[in-house]
Design a protein around this ligand. Sequence first.
Ligand SMILES: Cc1ncc(COP(=O)(O)O)c(C=O)c1O
Length: 389
Amino acid sequence: MAYNFDDSVDQNLFNGMKWEPRYRHGKDFLCFSLADSDFMAPPQLTKRLTDRAKIPHYGYAYRPDSFFDSIVNWYERHTDWKVKPEWISKGYGIYPSVCLIIQEFTKHNEGVIFQTPVHEVFWTVIEANGRVPVENPLKLEDGRYTFDLEDFERKIVNNNVTMFLLCSPHNPVCRLWSETELSALAEICLRHNVLIVSDEVYAPLAHPGRQFRPIAALSQEVSMSTITCFSPSKAFSLTGIKDSLTITENPEYMRRYEQALIRMNMNFGANLFGNIAIQCVLDECDDWLAQQIDYVIENREVMARYFRDFLPMLELMPSDSTCFAWINCKGLNLDDREFERLLSEEAGVLLRHGYHMGPGGSGFVRMMISCPRATMLEGLERMRKVFAK
Ligand SMILES: Cc1ncc(COP(=O)(O)O)c(C=O)c1O
């Protein structure tokens, strides 16, 4: 079956945060800033949720064995990680779980290291929990991002770092990290007894021919030092459902994580609609996802041609996964804030500007391109008109 990605749901029909600026400010903004897809969710999913909604009782839900089987099978189809049902716990979103892990596994004023540029919430979750953010900027080598391992190890040693928060695949630079790159990081973490927490929310969005590798799949030793946070939310237009999975092979980590859930009374029950949604998209929507990824790759190709023809001072950075275009705007020679003001006030185009994302972000913007092509093109057209002035 061919799915339709050219149309999106009328934003007036629901309160979507992504398009909130348009309604709040009464201005015709085009919103590409928030990492939320505009695509309609898979029809199979809508059917499952509406079928359940028609049963007039919404009591506490439990997760049947088949729920865990769906996760195990999805990992088996898409990765080389052999997950076992008993390794899987729950979360009410990736970041709420990361917060619980920070509280449970690190102490006040200890360092948590991560690579920049990255989603700004990495700083928020670390600082809001009284820990110290330690930045390890990515290196840009021949137009491709990779890790600076020397800086990584030095900062772990010098900053009392006890946890590494990995973003894999990476938001915003769209890299799928290779086995060699991940192994080098893991080796350093093992050497210094640093817990690996891997945020893998973009895992389903690998481009065709590229394989997503969960860091925990590297070896049993690495797996026993890792907690993985995963959700199909970004890939299947599900972010408002706020449901996720926390996975670890290490039984002691699992015991402590579940203890942290109990402290917040989050162990009791489960997300009724979230569980149905996760199971449905993992079991039934491979084909829908593959078509979505092809559509987004075509969006990238259209954007690259547009830049070549009309905006040659912008450079679309290579990508092997995710839903973003990461764009080098240094050719414009504009101050970051002035560029942001110009786009927002004069073009009415809202992007996520890289200077908010830490070292390495200045001069870049992130544009969410999981959207109908016509919307993306209108955004580009508005940018062109502003730059033409
Ligand atoms: C890397 C990354 N992790 C997590 C999230 C948010 O996940 P959740 O809404 O499940 O907390 C985002 C949202 O943009 C993200 O970019």
